[in-house]
Each structure stands twice: as C-alpha cells, then as structure tokens.
Write a protein that binds this ligand. Structure first.
Ligand SMILES: [Zn+2]
Length: 478
C-alpha cells in the first residue's frame, strides 16, 4: 500500500501542470515533411515538441536521450528491470470549425481545448508530472522508470520502430493513449488485397451465360480498407435488356430493398449508384456496404461470363458476410470477440483486374496461418490471388500479469470505481511494447474528442489522471 496521497500532491502542483501542458499544446506538432531535417525527420514542430518534453524531464533531474528525433526518453530510478510509459508528442492536423483557436490551449468551462489535449499531449504531460512526483517523493524504487516519447504515432509509427531497433525494450509498461480503465488485448489486424487478372479468369474456361442482360464495364466502391464504403457505382453496357429496362429493374430493386441509389443513362451505358452507411471497418455489421449491396443486385441480372463469376463470388463470400462465415473462417472468441471481415474497396474493370481490398481483424485464439490458409484455398478456386499488405499480430497481456492487476488496483484506489479490463478490435500504441497495455486517459462515459474539432481534456481529469499515473509508476517500480 502506498502511504502517499498522490492526488493531494498533484493538486499542490496544479498551476504548474496546467501551464506546462498549455505551453506544450501551443507547439504545433503536426507532421510537416517540408521542414524535416537532420534530427527532425517529421518537421520542426514535432522536433520542438520532443525537445520541450525532454527539457522538462532534464530539468527534473532525469537522464534524457534524443534518438535521432524519431523518439526520446527520460529515465530515473535504479535496478535491472525497466518500467516504460509510452506516449506521443505528434498530433493530427487541426481541421476547421474550432470554437477557440486549436493551438491557443484556452480553458473554457473547465475544459482545456487544443489539438492534442486528450491525444496525446495532455496525457504526456500528465505522465511527466507523475514521474516527477514519484522521483521527488524519494520513495525507494527497485526498478528504473523510462518515459518514452514517440513522434509519428499519428502516421506510420516509424518512431517506435526506429527507437526499439537500438533502445532497450521495457520489462513492462503502459501507454496513456486510449481509455481507462485498461485495454489489455487487441485483435490481429490485416489488410489484404485480393485480385483476379483477366487472363486468370480466361484460364478457368467457364462458359458464358446465354443471352446476358448486360456487360459489366466497371465497378468502383470504397477508398479505404478499414472503412465500410458508403458509395458505389457500376457501369453496364446493355445487351439482352434495353437500357430503360435495366434502369427500371434497379429502381424496382431500390424500392423493394430500401437501398438508396440511382440509375441513369450516360452516353450509351447505364450508370448505377448505391449509397450505404459508412462505419469503421472493425465493426462492419453496423454499416451498410454500398459495394456489396450493389453487387447483390447485379447478381440477379445475368451478366457477361467474367462479371457473372465476379458477382457470384462476391455474393457468396462477401455479401453481408461480416464474420467470414462463407469462407469458413468465422471464429467467435469469448474474450476478444469475433473475427471481422470488411470489404473496404472493390474495383472491377472488364478488360483489367478485379480487386477486393479486405480488412480482417482476428482474435488470438485463431492463428493467422490457420485462417489465411483456408481463405487462400477458397480464393484459389475462383482464380483469385491474395497479397498481405499489412499484418499486425494480436497483442495481449495475460489478465493475471502483475502489470494488469497492479494497474487495476491503482485505478480502483484512485477512483473508487471497479476496473474492468477491455479487449478491442483496434490498435493502440500499447502494442509497440512487448508487455504493454493502454491505460487512460479517457475516463468511462466521457465523449471522445480525439481527432475532432474542439478536442479537449477536462482540467479535473488531467489532474486525476496525473495522480493515477503517479501511483501506477510508483507501484510498478517500487
Ligand atoms: Zn494517440
């Protein structure tokens, strides 16, 4: 048990904490390749923000190191083991429509408003003040504590990749870059490109349909793998049916199905549009996929041979198959939730490629090798090839690990609330630590303003989080 009243200690330094956080937030640390230079690979703003936090830590007597401007750290304590606290100093661009200037860091109605207030510069400063408190307390530590500051979390994580090539991996640690109470498990994430070239289809030697209604010239849906697309369009060249009949059929389908869209004659071809509902690709069942919905209609038409194969393939394996059921890769993990499949992009060219870009997220109980082999078999049957664009394996810390149980206890002692632990389908910065969890700063029930206009952190929450981090650092390192 701790003998310190951490909250009281933070309250005593409240003014310093707030003004240091404001000063830090006023540095516009947005990725800016135009000002990149030696030692500042992501531009001057981010470079200045990194220098600022390292300076704060150095003044407090910590040992600091700047690793080529990619990341930096500040260390204190003594011992074999290393406790890491990983945060980032970069922010996403501010965007428009703010009610107070995004880099003024004004306090309005108890809210500290600025780009980076909650993600992740407010929490970074909370971690620094927490570490300073532990250091100043003079309480004995049996481990070293290292604050690690990344610089391109909002883009490609080159920061942590570069940093951990040369620097020590903490024994365990947390990142104040997500939600309280604690995120201990994250699904595996894959971005896959599935494509069929015109020649691969020809080699299948499938017979064409008799008297097809139309030829599919092209189809386009979606821009990003991790979003459910809300727009799709297809161009058809009328064959067995007149253009007017195709349009009439689609309009009847829209009426009957409730799908939103339109049909018109453009030049000699018929242009069909569908509108869906875009949501994040980690939960595709909550959206309406404009691409697969449009293809569902095309599957009822009778098209030229290749398009027919393409739409029947989509209809069978991707249309409302949010969990990979038809591919035979569905898995519902009690702890981490189901495998999810999002068809983020579809692109078809009659004389070119047929391409699907998929985002598949999977629980740790279903290994990548296992489901990807099954998927590859189903694809090969239809002459499709698979390319893995990105693969982040699942990340999980055992719920009984002292890192988890200690942080749970600290959270409960500081807030009086139970500390349930969370498994998610997304990715947090915590996964760049070998044994790492995400721990705050957003308290349960608070709206998440990260990446939005008027991003803010409640001043009271900043103070509460600082106290929680102080006790957490002490309990982990003592
Ligand atoms: Zn962040």
């Amino acid at each position: 048990m701790t003998t310190m009243n951490w909250l009281e200690e933070v309250e005593k330094r409240k003014e310093d904490l707030i003004s240091a956080t404001q000063e830090f937030l006023r540095i516009k640390s947005v990725l800016d390749p135009s000002t990149a230079k030696e030692g500042m690979p992501f531009g001057e703003g981010i470079g200045q923000a990194l220098d600022y936090v390292l300076g704060q830590c150095e003044q407090a007597g910590m040992t600091v190191k700047n690793v080529g401007g990619y990341a930096g750290h500040a260390e204190f304590g003594a011992g074999e083991e290393l406790i890491g606290v990983l945060s980032h100093v970069d922010v996403v661009p501010e965007g428009d429509g703010w009610s107070s200037p995004p880099f003024a860091a004004e306090i309005v109605d108890g809210k500290l408003i600025a780009r980076g207030a909650i993600d992740d510069k407010g929490p970074t400063m909370a971690a620094i003040f927490a570490a300073k408190l532990v250091k100043e307390s003079g309480l004995p530590l049996s481990k070293r504590v290292r604050l690690i500051f990344g610089t391109d979390e909002e883009s490609n994580w080159q920061c942590v990749k570069t940093y951990f090539r040369t620097e020590e991996m903490p024994t365990m640690g947390f990142t104040p870059d997500a939600d309280f109470p604690l995120i201990y498990a994250e699904k595996g994430l894959t971005d896959l490109t599935v494509f069929q070239r015109h020649e691969a289809f020809a080699a299948l030697g499938l017979p064409g349909a008799d008297n097809p209604a139309a030829k599919l010239i092209s189809l386009d849906s979606g821009l990003r793998m991790n979003m459910v697309p809300d727009k799709a369009e297809a161009r058809l060249q009328p064959l067995g049916l007149e253009a007017a009949e195709l349009i009439e059929k689609y309009e009847a389908h829209l009426q009957a199905s409730g799908l939103r869209g339109s049909a018109e004659l453009v030049g000699g071809s018929v242009l069909l549009r569908a509108e869906g509902v875009s949501v994040h690709g980690m939960d595709p069942g909550k959206g309406v996929n404009a691409g697969t919905e449009l293809i569902h209609f095309l599957a009822s038409l009778g098209l030229d041979a290749r398009a027919n194969q393409f739409v029947q393939f989509t209809e069978r394996y991707l249309y409302r198959q949010h969990y990979g059921e038809a591919f035979g890769i569905a898995r519902d993990d009690e702890e981490m939730g189901p495998l999810t499949l999002n068809t983020g992009v579809i692109a078809y060219e009659a004389e070119g490629d047929a391409v699907f870009r998929l985002n598949i997220r999977y629980p740790h109980s279903l290994p990548f090798e296992q489901w990807s082999r099954i998927l590859q078999e189903r694809l090969a049957e239809a002459a499709y090839a698979l390319e893995v664009v990105e693969h982040l394996p699942p990340h999980r810390v055992d719920p009984k690990h002292p890192l988890v149980t200690t942080l749970q206890r600290v959270y409960t002692e500081q807030t009086g609330e139970e500390a349930g632990i969370i498994a998610i389908g997304g990715a947090t910065y915590g996964r760049s630590l070998q044994v790492g969890v995400a721990f705050g700063p957003l308290f349960p029930g608070r709206p998440d303003s990260a990446h939005q206009r008027d991003e803010y952190i409640l001043v009271d929450d900043l103070i509460k989080a600082t106290a929680i981090y102080a006790q957490a650092i002490y309990e982990l390192a003592r």
